[in-house]
Design a protein around this ligand. Sequence first.
Ligand code: NAD
Length: 489
Amino acid sequence: MSVQVTTQNAIDMNPDLLIGGQWRAGSRQSRIPVVDPATEAQVGSVSDADVADALAAVDAADVASAGWAATPARERCEILRKCFELIVRDAEALAHIISLENGKALRDARGEVAYAAEFFRWFSEEGVRAKGDLGMAPSGKNHILVQYQPIGISLLVTPWNFPAAMATRKIAPALAAGCTCILKPATATPLTAYAVAHILAEAGVPDGVVNVITTSTTGPVVSAILKDPRVRKLSFTGSTEVGRTLLREAAGQVINSSMELGGNAPFLVFEDADLDQAIEGAMVAKMRNGGEACTAANRFLVHRDVAEVFTERLVAAMSALAVGPGVEEATDCGALINPDAVLKVQELVDEAKSVGARVRCGGEVAQRTGFYYPPTVLDQMPVTAKMFHEEIFGPVAPVYVFDTEEEAIQLANDTEYGLVAYLYTQDTGRGLRISAKLEAGMVALNRGLVSDPAAPFGGVKQSGLGREGAQHGMLEFMEMKYIATSWGQ
Ligand code: NAD
């Protein structure tokens, strides 16, 4: 089976590993199946790397490293620009492959491909603007010269929920900075990563600059790469739990680490909010990717005066969503990634019910093929419910009520996470004042979406370290070097 990309090029549904520009089978005989969450059927398979393959990928990144770092920025960035153009050319096929292996609705997948491509355009523009600093020491005796250099071989580990964008959000700045890399995509959604790698090769990314490996033994394979002293950077996107483990492992070699981890976003609706806007934003913040997003609104905190009308309108919007296979045009809400994800959502909803939550719509898993959970709204939510503290990662909107601004801020910040917060009020001064008090790396003020390649994406508290996108995303792949220099007066 293959999915057509262009007339010359088809997406390989059974790719091997990409190491040093060669597509080669993993050392293990077995292959890793890729399953369509909508049909539960296998749609492809990928090679299964062991530790020797992982170290071969480090060798390849090492061989390519000096040449890529020395390539003039303009030349590197023209290749990045070509990557953007080719992803846009192949957008439809990439969107289909994302829907097929991840389950998300095609319209979400199309949005993801556009977002993924933009990282190459943005960093093709940033890569030629890397600057240094020059200052005079206060003593007047020497100059302080600061240079930014590529940090070196980078390990990129990505999750299944945005199989294209989470990869390009790392690859594009790494390449713009002059680094070579090894991408380890999520085992559930590897086909998109390999399809992107094919496109990068076509765009002229030299052999060994981007290597891609998949494995059924993630822990040992990632550990082996992190123990190799040639590897200088870990950029991880995934759960906070795995992020903590990898930070501990990176500490062994004191590897510079960027972490994009889980979220528990509050969505605050004040009594003076424009409710049309708030409902529109709520549907984006909750239902992009069927709720499987780190940025997903996880707790709707609504002022008592507007709680019932907001909830009624949210129920109407959620109930109107068409649930079905992601690849069908009519689908609004696709399948979740796997049966465990459905079980986890179901358990969280059942637990919320047991402590007093009321189901306003959804709330029951339908008997059908595919890993589906229905769009669900809960109200009368007590803050003792487990889902107040945990990522739901599914199409469930719990509504909590507050009475005062102070209470809203206290509830919003009552979590170990701090990725994003959403806030609706028509009073801009109030909105900015509250934004400053929210413990989050990003605040969406009267908007349901923050993601933008030109903006610094990232969290505080246990949602992460560092930023992706903007000029900051490239600096994460650069090391600062200070040269004290005297050249006379
Ligand atoms: P995950 O942590 O289970 O896996 C992420 C990646 O880490 C995958 O490639 C996986 O194979 C790998 N991995 C898993 N265990 C590992 C181990 N022991 N050692 C090394 N690597 C390991 O996360 P997921 O389920 O794929 O993705 C969902 C999570 O990602 C959610 O928590 C979500 O909030 C988070 N996420 C965060 C952002 C962000 O930008 N902050 C974006 C997307 C997703």
